[in-house]
Design a protein around this ligand. Sequence first.
Ligand SMILES: [Zn+2]
Ligand SMILES: [Zn+2]
Length: 533
Amino acid sequence: MTTEEIAKALKLTAQLMELHEVNPFKIKSIANAAYKLDKTDIDLNGKSLEELEQIEGIGKGIASKINELQTTGNLKELNEMVSITPIGVIEMLRIKGIGPKKVRQLWQELEVESIGELLYACNENRLITLKGFGAKTQAEVKKQIEFFQTNIGKFHYASVESFANELVNYLKEKYKTDLVSLTGSIRRKNEIIDSIELLIATDDEIKVDELKNTHQVKIEIFTCSVAEFYKRLIETSNAPECIIEDFKFDSTVRSEKELFELNKLQYIEPELRENSKIIELAKEHKIPKLIELSDLKGILHNHSTYSDGMNTLKEMAVYCKELGYEYLGICDHSQSAFYAEGLKPEKVIEQHKEIDELNKQLFPFKIFKGIESDILNDGSLDYSDDVLKSFDFIVASVHSNLKMNEEKATARLIKAIENPYTTILGHPTGRLLLSRPGYPIDHKKVIDACAANNVIIELNAHPYRLDIDWRWIPYCIEKGVKISINPDAHEKSGYHDMYFGTCVARKGMLTKEMCFNALSLSEIESYFKNRKS
Ligand SMILES: [Zn+2]
Ligand SMILES: [Zn+2]
């Protein structure tokens, strides 16, 4: 079992214990351990019981549970609770905004045993009769269910990518052909995937059942003849809205590129094949060279143990340098973010001293002094000018009071953008893919304000965020607003999310020239300096 799977099993155990009202003391320690494990990159595989007990946040009891999960693939305690809980009630635990206690009430007092029944109960206003529920909670539960239902069977790209590649390798080996490819939305690297589509040139009939589906994601297999492989690859890769008219085909072509040439079209990278506008550009050979991961020269917007990160500043810097980057921007949370141990002004001074010291040691690599400043409710930044002045750059982000209408959210962002200390607007909508839609903003107004105030927009590269949405990148470019691909890493391994940011940046046709952190160290150093003065 992976650490992630173990964390999930422990989380469910804690939830079900709460649901069945057993031993409140144990619940907390199990829930905390699950939370910790979910956020760590420690590999639990092969660790002995003694080694497990030594991990922070894991005591004797939890260690033996992990051990049981690893050796048997099961947890007796969990199985027993699952067996006495209707499956729909377990599903209800996945609805945001109602914890196990409320789910218990709904189940025991309203006899609601599935998400469908819960939605129906909302429509009949039955929730407001329960203690602790009100019209507001009921409306919120209803909204969450509707969101949940539209997202069922959908996955983050990052969570299925490697599995999809395994399937390609499996088919290549089993059917002894190299003509196997991912196709459809996963080949276009869409941020949300509802099925893995595969194309293979074979005469054999392939049943989806023969693939070991470890992810419960829908799988579709297309087969074709060897001669038609590249034609079918284009047909199945392109989105339905991306149609090449009068498409010419010749069975002698040996690549997709040759087929595009035959049709007098510039090659279109799969990521771009979302609609027919791209075909027009390809006809005129006007598609620019897309950004690549290797174009990125530094990593901005990262957290350390100064706030809510898992690694120390030094560990973050050394690893960044090891990966071959020229600079790191450290942006811990600002003082109002108490839940994330945001930095008080004294802490800022302390961190800056350490950065100066590390910069001597790691030269020519450089750490820039940044902060992720909360955008407060009124749109102001989170420190006095004296403190703001001491940073090389500032990422301004909204983290609290997320329930806003479009007018309020847009005004709040624009006020922050107009603040002369703001360098980068962080995760502009606050969305969490498949779990929270984010506050509504008027994208054009926000991007226009960034253009007017020379503010860069973040493309938060965490696969759950990917915010700003890539569909808005062309408008940013049109307005001359640069994009910074930032992993928002809360531990060293978070840097690798830059890859997912780059995937969607390419979908938005981002070029190296319009990507802020494709600047070299000396370029970005003088940019920050000029901007400060
Ligand atoms: Zn943030
Ligand atoms: Zn952050």
